[in-house]
Design a protein around this ligand. Structure first.
Ligand SMILES: NC(=O)c1ccc[n+]([C@@H]2O[C@H](COP(=O)([O-])OP(=O)(O)OC[C@H]3O[C@@H](n4cnc5c(N)ncnc54)[C@H](OP(=O)(O)O)[C@@H]3O)[C@@H](O)[C@H]2O)c1
Length: 252
């Protein structure tokens, strides 16, 4: 039976690097690459012969095409990367309810549902990597939905990972700081933004894969994310929220 990997958001910055790295793994015959953009998906297929495109929008919280494909092919899933994610910098009271629901669905419901759907097809040694963020370490005003969704994903990963230990399946919550991808705007309101500790996606992905291979439940790449994790443990949450608010308020 073919060993397969599933990567959501495979067309984006971090997801495309996961696809690149996994394509070089000997025990993976196919990568089911989930994405919305047909052109970017076919570019991935051209570049990596093992990529199978799965065109899907996760904003409804589920991925029926993938569900059907799993049922039909009953593959041996070795790796699931729940990477697709979205964030909107906005005051919560300016966000339409549909956008609130979309963020919940893409960042929380879809990865949780995918884990549940994929687990019956996983055996000992299989791995799940859920891409959370340093935003999960504290609440972020004006990025409230994003930081709340990322703490959901981190806590879900760690709790389920503990449950799955006896099955020999690893779940790793990946918590990067700023990563140089299309998600980060270069400027806001005409002002260029400097991202402290900005990392290349390759470094984040390589560390995540190393940490998951070692059975770690968290992967915190780079000095900034490590420092921030420590800082959020020793600093009152209200103070961090005030500092964050002072930084972002004039960027809304
Ligand atoms: N960049 C950072 O600083 C940073 C830091 C910490 C964590 N993260 C997390 O890393 C993950 C990857 O983000 P990235 O930085 O690589 O950003 P990105 O380049 O914007 O990629 C995001 C990916 O998610 C997909 N996606 C978004 N909404 C979707 C939807 N409704 N249905 C299906 N796919 C959808 C995008 O697909 P389309 O191409 O179709 O839009 C894209 O492939 C996200 O979960 C993000 O929260 C990023």
């Amino acid at each position: 039976m073919a060993g397969i990997a599933i990567v959501t958001g495979a067309t984006g910055g971090i997801g495309s690097v996961f696809t690149d790295r996994i394509s070089a793994m000997k025990d993976i015959d196919e990568i089911w690459a989930v994405g919305r953009n047909e052109e970017k998906l076919s570019a991935l297929c051209d570049k990596y012969p093992g990529v199978v495109p799965v065109r899907a929008d996760l904003s409804g919280g589920s991925c029926e095409i993938l569900t059907e494909k799993l049922k039909a092919e009953k593959p041996d899933v070795r790796i699931l990367v729940n990477n697709a994610g979205m964030g909107v910098l906005s005051a919560f009271d300016k966000m339409p309810a549909e956008q609130v629901i979309r963020i919940c669905n893409v960042n929380c419901t879809a990865p949780a549902a995918l884990m549940a759907e994929v687990l019956p097809y996983m055996t000992r040694g299989a791995r799940i990597l859920n891409i959370s963020s340093v935003s999960s370490f504290q609440p972020n005003p004006y990025l409230a939905m994003y930081s709340a969704s990322k703490v959901f994903l981190r806590n879900l990963s760690r709790a389920v990972g503990m449950e799955l230990k006896s099955r020999g399946i690893t779940v790793t919550a990946v918590c990067p700081g700023w990563v140089d991808t299309g998600m980060l705007p270069e400027e806001v309101n005409g002002r260029r933004i400097r991202y402290v500790g900005l990392m290349k996606p390759g470094k984040v992905v390589d560390k995540a894969l190393r940490d998951s291979a070692k059975g770690r439940d968290m992967s915190v790449p780079g000095w900034f994310a490590k420092y921030f994790r420590f800082y959020s443990k020793v600093t009152p949450t209200k103070l961090i929220m005030m500092q964050w608010t002072a930084i972002v308020r004039n960027r809304i």
